[in-house]
Design a binder for this molecule. Structure first.
Ligand code: C5P
Length: 229
């Protein structure tokens, strides 16, 4: 049985507006409710630690989803600080060498089939694994003037998604080491890679997208409208 840490302490500045994106209303529910449903409806997920901002005015309070515990703790300035706080706040009976999932609050369209594959392959890996998808567009390197300097090869380039699956203590140590070194970490895998470890890439569905722009939100609303037909 696996616990998930869900960082939800971002202020969503890139989305615009005051309401952080994880609390945007979608069909009468906050976006994060769909993310928690996706995780907790999976039989292997035992509980979730939601990391919210200090003085969060928007979290509606939730003790359980699908009869499973939903705990909360306070996050930090950067995403990595929030994840580290979440790992530290997990119940004591989550052992140091146990695998935990980390999943963005703003990634509501996680499919069970993806989680199945991540857990199957990741729990068999000495380090752990992440969901990801290959880069399909041609990549351009921009110059200062907005012109194209050159085309970058896209072979072997992947886009990192969440969930990401690592052992509780190993991930805590890797995040703390990055924090101490003042290195900005954009996902958990990056912290592990800095330790010389090589997490496994597990190809996931392209529709496990992160809500970042209004267009992403419209896409998720469309996905939901198709789900209930
Ligand atoms: O900003 P970005 O889209 O990378 O955020 C990814 C996830 O990390 C979001 O769910 C956001 O709420 C969370 N986050 C956090 N603490 C921060 C910044 C972001 O928990 N300080």
């Amino acid at each position: 049985m696996i616990w998930a840490v869900v960082p939800a302490a971002g202020r969503g500045a890139r989305f615009g507006g005051e309401l952080p994106k994880q609390y945007l209303d979608v069909g009468g529910r906050p976006l994060i409710a769909y993310t928690l449903d996706a995780l907790l409806s999976h039989p292997s997920v035992h509980g979730v630690m939601v990391v919210i901002a200090e003085n969060d005015r928007f979290w509606r309070g939730m003790d359980a989803v699908a009869g499973k515990p939903v705990l909360t703790c306070s996050g930090g300035a950067e995403r990595a600080d929030s994840v580290l706080a979440g790992l530290n706040a997990l119940p004591d009976d989550v052992r140091a060498d146990e695998f935990v999932l980390v999943h963005d609050a703003a990634r509501p369209n996680l499919a069970h089939a993806d989680l199945d594959r991540l857990l199957d392959l990741g729990c068999g890996d000495p380090v752990g694994a992440i969901l990801a998808a290959p880069v399909r567009d041609t990549l351009k390197r921009a110059g200062d003037d907005g012109g194209i300097d050159r085309t970058e090869p896209r072979e072997r380039l992947w886009r990192a998604y969440t969930p990401q699956l690592f052992r509780r203590m190993q991930l805590s140590r890797a995040l703390a080491a990055a924090q101490a070194a003042g290195v900005a970490i954009t996902d958990e895998s990056m912290a592990m890679e800095r330790q010389g470890l090589r997490p496994l890439l597990v190809e996931g569905r392209e529709d496990n997208f992160k809500i970042t722009t209004p267009a992403d939100l419209a896409r998720f609303e469309f996905v939901l409208s198709q789900r209930h037909r």
